[in-house]
Design a protein around this ligand. Structure first.
Ligand code: NAP
Length: 260
């Protein structure tokens, strides 16, 4: 299926590893020109090279912390009029809410709510004027099913989700769609880091912890970032203009409901 994306321009945030990288690779495979971001320049350059080698796409880098004004300005300077924006950043730390102070919450809100809102604000009117835009926010399965130890993630992402629900309906008539992708467990550094404490409690390795988690999933496995990228490409495709303000759960069926 031709997604109609050849020659489109995308900013993919936090894309040197994991789910962001999966989205970047998949978009590049459809002939999208990319600007990818990440804080570590070396890792980002290496990923850009891997994507170029795999897809022959034009890939430029905008190193920086996307949760800062400077990081966002760098991404927008490299691609001032994107057709596609993939919002992503690292997730907040796990812990007990009794230990979180105001500044911890502000950092979580900045990363997982206010940064994607700032980037949408910067690009959405241009997308509307050009009559095409696709925005995908990487959030979390925790928006539907809260994870007790990830309280800041649960809260900040729910705030973003509420905002997107309203904005998506304001821009849809311009062929600009905004949707959220909600990852369950995908095999990335973040999953490994989040499995460390549970592995220690259980007295086994991180790999054993991830295997145990995989066995509890209806699919018997955890997700592959390439699968996540494929879903992202579909939401960005020319054919997806009627998918508006949705929250698509990619969790192998872990959320147990008749209707998700
Ligand atoms: P990951 O494998 O740790 O990769 C994170 C990527 O984001 C790296 O490229 C990292 O590069 C970049 N990054 C992190 N913070 C950044 C910042 N402030 N500015 C720019 N780039 C930044 O994580 P992931 O698993 O792909 O997770 C992506 C998002 O999905 C996170 O918000 C995570 O909480 C959420 N999520 C993941 C899962 C899962 O199972 N993997 C499940 C639910 C939700 P640098 O470190 O060099 O900046």
């Amino acid at each position: 299926m031709d997604m109609g994306l050849r020659g489109k321009r995308a900013i993919v945030c936090a894309a040197s590893k994991g789910l962001g990288r999966g989205c970047a690779m998949a978009l590049a495979g459809e002939g999208v020109e990319l600007v990818i971001t990440g804080r570590n320049r070396e890792t980002l350059e290496r990923t850009a090279e891997e994507i170029r080698a795999a897809t022959s796409a034009v890939v430029r880098i905008a190193p920086g912390d996307i949760t800062t004004e400077a990081g966002r300005a760098a991404a927008l300077a490299a691609c001032p009029a994107p057709d596609i924006l993939i919002n992503n950043a690292g997730g907040p730390p796990a812990g007990d809410f009794r230990n979180w102070e105001r500044e911890d919450w502000i950092a979580a809100l900045d990363a997982n709510m206010l940064t994607p809102i700032a980037l949408m604000k910067a690009v959405v009117d241009g997308m509307c004027a050009r009559g095409f835009g696709r925005i995908v926010n990487i959030t979390s399965a925790s928006v539907k099913s809260p994870i007790a130890t990830l309280g800041m993630s649960n809260g900040a992402r729910a705030g973003l989700t509420g905002f997107v629900g309203g904005l998506a309906r304001q821009v849809a008539r311009h062929n600009v769609t905004i949707n959220n992708l909600l990852p369950g467990p995908f095999l990335t550094d973040r999953l490994r880091a989040n499995s460390t404490a549970a592995a220690a409690r259980a007295g086994h390795s991180v790999e054993a912890e991830i295997a145990a988690r995989a066995s509890q999933n209806p699919t018997g496995r955890v997700g592959d970032p390439a699968e996540f990228g494929a879903a992202c490409v579909f939401l960005c495709g020319a054919q997806a203009g009627f998918i508006v303000g949705q929250n698509l759960l990619l969790d192998g069926g872990a959320f147990n409901a008749t209707m998700a």
